[in-house]
Design a protein around this ligand. Structure first.
Ligand SMILES: NC(=O)C1=CN([C@@H]2O[C@H](COP(=O)(O)OP(=O)(O)OC[C@H]3O[C@@H](n4cnc5c(N)ncnc54)[C@H](OP(=O)(O)O)[C@@H]3O)[C@@H](O)[C@H]2O)C=CC1
Ligand SMILES: CC(=O)N[C@@H](CCC(=O)OP(=O)(O)O)C(=O)O
Length: 346
């Protein structure tokens, strides 16, 4: 049994980690932090966890976290950067759910996150935790940077086309829509029910901080010499709680062959990517609370635009489920341990 610490246990990704880890056979949460809720029993704040956890929230303490085999950071950007050097010097491994170590260029990070990177010396050793692309590196990593929610849905959708150099990489488009839990649990007027219900809008159309992360991942998938990645990414807010639906567009270079077979083959051995039968339209409800990404591909009127639809639960495959998938790989466990529940319906 490995000992787990969670920094930032009162946010949506923190409580999703707790939900998923409650039945994990090889991992036990031994400390969970919140500064605002210090001393409050976990089950008092989250009644769904009554009977599962005896712990109370505590303030982050490096000595206590340093006794864990693995610490998850489920905190806003900047927190992991500040605590990481001390924690890693104690030999504790880390899966960071924030964007602190996702981007390989510290200056690009600073440009998009509006402040200097707080720990540039550890960026190089951070492994980007998208198992479908980096499984072999994750296994030995001490620091895994878990991908963002939009980046997970978008990269899994585009990767097979790019790896096989089938599309013009500089003309990619991603229209993606997220439920409101993507914005976290802190109060904000924009996320009130009365602001979001019965409405649908794009936001950050001029540039969202996930753009450099997604482009970095797509660049890694493209064979050398195959051109430059250029993505137009427009996020949208959906009046629902969980889920991301990404509709992706790419222009084929020429005769692409059987795209359905290509996707089925690429993801045949992936436990958490499900390529739907031709003609399907994936729904966010088919992945709600599950770690699955469901994908469908089509080529309308057999023209040169390929459309890929990719759905995930932003809190599960888009954050905490993927974080646990990474943990399983890091500790040599079956990758699916604790993550096999099907989606919640209705
Ligand atoms: N929501 C989503 O769908 C996704 C979120 N992410 C990322 O995961 C991270 C967590 O997201 P989410 O759960 O939504 O965030 P929330 O805002 O809901 O929760 C943040 C948590 O971090 C703690 N925290 C805040 N500041 C600090 C600090 N300085 N030191 C220690 N703890 C702190 C808070 O507790 P307290 O202040 O009491 O200490 C709280 O428990 C973010 O980086 C987010 O971008 C990634 C993918 C998807
Ligand atoms: C709906 C909504 O507001 N979503 C958030 C992104 C989700 C997220 O948490 O971003 P990371 O994955 O980088 O942590 C946003 O657009 O900022």
């Amino acid at each position: 049994m490995i000992k787990i610490g969670i920094v930032g246990g009162t946010g949506y990704t923190g409580v999703e980690l707790l939900r998923l880890l409650a039945n994990h056979p090889k991992a036990k949460v031994t400390t969970i932090t919140s500064r605002a809720e210090e001393g409050v029993p976990v089950a008092q704040l989250f009644p769904n966890l009554r009977g599962h956890y005896d712990l109370a929230f505590s303030a982050p303490d490096p000595d206590v976290l340093g006794e864990c085999d693995l610490v998850f950071f489920a905190t806003p950007h900047g927190v992991a950067q500040a605590m990481m050097p001390d924690l890693m010097s104690r030999g504790t491994r880390v899966v960071d759910l924030s964007a602190d170590f996702r981007i390989k260029d510290a200056e690009v990070w600073a440009q998009w996150y509006g402040k200097p990177h707080g720990c540039p010396q550890l960026i190089a050793q951070a492994v980007y935790g998208l198992p479908e692309a980096n499984r072999h590196l994750i296994a030995d990593a001490d620091l895994v940077a878990c991908p963002g929610c939009y980046p997970t849905a978008t990269q899994l959708g585009f990767i097979p086309l790019l790896e096989n150099n089938l599309v013009h990489p500089e003309r990619l488009i991603a229209n993606a829509a997220s439920g409101t839990s993507g914005a976290g649990r802190q109060a904000s007027i924009d996320n009130l029910l009365s602001e979001t219900a019965d409405s649908f809008k794009a936001y950050a159309a001029n540039g969202h901080r996930h753009l450099p992360e997604i482009e970095q991942g797509l660049r890694a998938a493209l064979p050398k010499g195959a051109g430059q990645i250029g993505l137009t990414f427009v996020p949208h807010l959906l009046p629902m709680v969980r889920g991301i639906h990404a509709t992706l567009y790419a222009t084929l270079r020429g005769n692409a062959g059987d795209l359905q077979a290509l996707y089925e083959e690429r993801y045949a051995n992936e436990p958490f990517v499900d390529v739907l039968p031709a003609g399907s339209h994936p729904q966010t409800r088919s992945v709600k609370s599950s770690n699955m990404c469901r994908i469908a591909i089509c080529r309308p009127q057999q023209r040169d635009t390929v459309v890929v639809m990719s759905v995930i639960d932003n809190l599960t495959k888009g954050a905490s489920g993927q974080a646990i998938q990474n943990m399983n790989i890091m500790f040599g466990y079956d990758e699916t341990l604790g993550l096999n529940s099907p989606a919640l319906l209705p």
